[in-house]
Design a protein around this ligand. Structure first.
Ligand SMILES: Nc1ncnc2c1ncn2[C@@H]1O[C@H](COP(=O)(O)OP(=O)(O)OP(=O)(O)O)[C@@H](O)[C@H]1O
Ligand SMILES: [Mg+2]
Length: 274
């Protein structure tokens, strides 16, 4: 990584190209300061300004701005964190969120988690905000694949049946849990599938621990039990069985864990489907 510092920002980058990209964002924000302010959902004016400098603007929550850029060397994502509230603003100055996620991502990768490679991070001195750069995940998110676009042919194209997919995801989540990774914000939109396998994106909230508690396991699993998934009770059950088998944790009370998953699912989706 290249360490870089100037009057506007400091950080680490995998390539000089990303330093120039941050300079471009800052130069644009000098003309249009609104590009570095929080916005909720889609904002046509900002999307247009970003498109002038080659970025595709993604509608997200107020606490982040997500941009995508396609280059000859590949597609990458930019995430600008907007700390909201006094505590988060203070924390951002002491330990920028982009740096925290950058470090946690490498830590999780060392423990075997598959996630797009971080390309850099930086802290904007004037705005007191941080930016994370990452490679694009391969393939499609499970949310796009199964719920939004209902892409039935994609799975066939990469040689998978529904059951293969369910077992693959169950195994990957169980190995992450066994490696001490609590996702905290796991959902179908954060899991990507392609012919090379599964990747997890948006690791901002992850916690890396020695052992996860039953509640933490249940919380992550319940987030995947979306009632809009076009899966039968048998397929949902297949997921749970594959997950519990792969977890292979002595001392875990499987019955109590399933009960907790049920409780969290009910809370999150107001419904419980298995
Ligand atoms: N590295 C990546 N590869 C592919 N897609 C990405 C990547 N990073 C972000 N995205 C896309 O941008 C969306 C928002 O990114 P992210 O989840 O990091 O932001 P967020 O602030 O948590 O937004 P949300 O609340 O929508 O999850 C993702 O759901 C995904 O569609
Ligand atoms: Mg997210």
């Amino acid at each position: 990584m290249i360490q870089y510092r100037n009057g506007d920002f400091f950080g680490e980058f995998s390539d000089d190209f990303f330093i120039e990209e941050v300079k471009l964002l800052i130069a644009t924000s000098n003309k249009v300061p609104a590009i570095l302010t929080p916005v909720r959902g889609l904002n046509k004016e900002l999307a247009e300004i970003f498109s002038f400098i080659g970025f595709i603007f993604f509608p997200t929550v107020l606490t982040s701005t997500v941009l995508k850029k396609e280059t000859a060397a590949g597609t990458y994502y930019v995430k600008i964190y907007h700390p909201i509230g006094m505590f988060k603003k203070l924390k951002e100055r002491i330990a920028p969120k982009a740096l925290r996620t950058f470090r946690k991502t490498f830590h999780a990768m060392k423990r075997g988690l598959k996630t797009p490679m971080p390309l850099g991070w930086c802290y904007l001195k004037r705005e007191h905000k941080s930016i994370l750069l990452t490679k694009e995940a391969s393939g499609k998110s499970l949310y796009d694949l199964l719920i939004r676009e209902k892409h039935v042919h994609y799975l066939t194209a990469i040689g998978l049946t529904n059951e293969d997919l369910i077992i693959k995801v169950a195994h990957e989540v169980a190995s992450a849990h066994k490696a001490g990774i609590f996702f905290k914000d796991l959902h179908l939109g954060h899991i990507y599938i392609s012919d090379v396998g599964i990747e997890f994106i948006d690791l901002d909230g992850i916690k890396i621990k020695r052992n996860l508690t039953e509640s933490e396991l249940a919380r992550d699993i319940s987030c995947l039990n979306d009632p809009d998934l076009p899966f039968s009770s048998k397929e949902r059950m297949c997921f749970l069985i594959a997950y519990l088998e792969a977890l292979q944790w002595n001392g875990i009370d499987k019955k109590r864990l399933v009960k907790k998953i049920e409780e969290f699912s009910l809370k999150r989706y107001k419904t419980w489907k298995v």
